[in-house]
Design a protein around this ligand. Structure first.
Ligand code: SAH
Length: 228
């Protein structure tokens, strides 16, 4: 039993585990629920300067990560028996959703490639069967923060990571709706009180209220989710 295995290919291995070394994900890492190895793409760079990028064919701004260099980096950690998905963080990718996170979390692990500069040579995406994944419609300067987001979402779903099993089930998106509002002590705060029903002890009524609130909030904030 080796847990959920993650390999990350990056030009900045120091960015890992980063935020994932703390809190829930960090504890799970220490416990061996998951493992993380960050590999420097530059170890496979060319020449004295270990070059990993070059100018874009056809001209234009920026630099592109070379197919041969990135493929050598991938081949050094992935072999034919390795069935883990190979993910390339990319704004062109499949939008990351809770469904996709759940799919990844149910496997043995993932291999994540972080782009930089203008991106990577298209041929390595085809040649190494990479699945592009996007964390949203905006541009980051590199794939590393996107990889941290993806891994945070995956790791909290791994068996034993979240304290109470139920704490994941009510969550936004798990049932196609956004979550209902939360309250805790004090009962009165700056003239605002906790909705009476939550203090009633009537669990059936509370569940109904929460479901109605979920629907109302989803309609208000994310009408696009209601259509789905
Ligand atoms: N020229 C590219 C953007 C490159 S940004 C374009 O216009 O599509 C540099 C790197 O950051 C990318 O290779 C990718 O790995 C990462 N990145 C940027 N935005 C991202 C996003 N929304 N989701 C996932 N990765 C992203």
């Amino acid at each position: 039993m080796s847990g959920f295995r993650v390999d990350v290919l990056t030009l900045f291995p120091e960015m890992f585990p980063g935020a994932l070394g703390l809190s829930l994900a960090g504890e799970a890492l220490k416990q061996g629920t998951w493992s993380l190895a960050a590999h420097d793409i530059r170890d496979h760079g060319l020449g004295k300067h270990r070059a990993v990028d070059d100018t874009p064919a056809g001209g234009g701004a920026g630099m592109v990560i070379r197919a041969d260099v990135l493929a050598a980096a991938i081949d050094s950690i992935v072999d034919a028996e390795d069935t883990r998905p190979r993910l390339l963080m990319s704004p062109r990718g499949k939008p990351l959703t809770q469904d996709l996170v759940r799919e990844f979390a149910s496997g043995d692990g993932v291999v994540i490639i972080c782009g930089r500069f203008e991106g990577v040579d298209e041929r390595v995406i085809e040649g190494r069967n990479l699945t592009e994944v996007s964390i949203g419609d905006y541009i980051l300067s590199g794939g590393e923060p996107a990889a941290l987001v993806l891994l945070d979402a995956i790791v909290r779903l791994l068996p034993g990571v979240m304290g109470k099993v139920e704490s994941g089930e009510d969550e936004s998106f798990e049932n196609g709706l956004l979550e209902y509002p939360h309250y805790t002590r004090p009962r009165e705060w700056e003239g605002r009180s906790i909705p009476e029903i939550l203090l009633s002890g009537d669990h059936k009524k509370i569940a109904e209220w929460r479901h109605a609130e979920s629907e109302r909030i989803t309609r208000e904030k994310r009408p696009d989710l209601v259509k789905k």
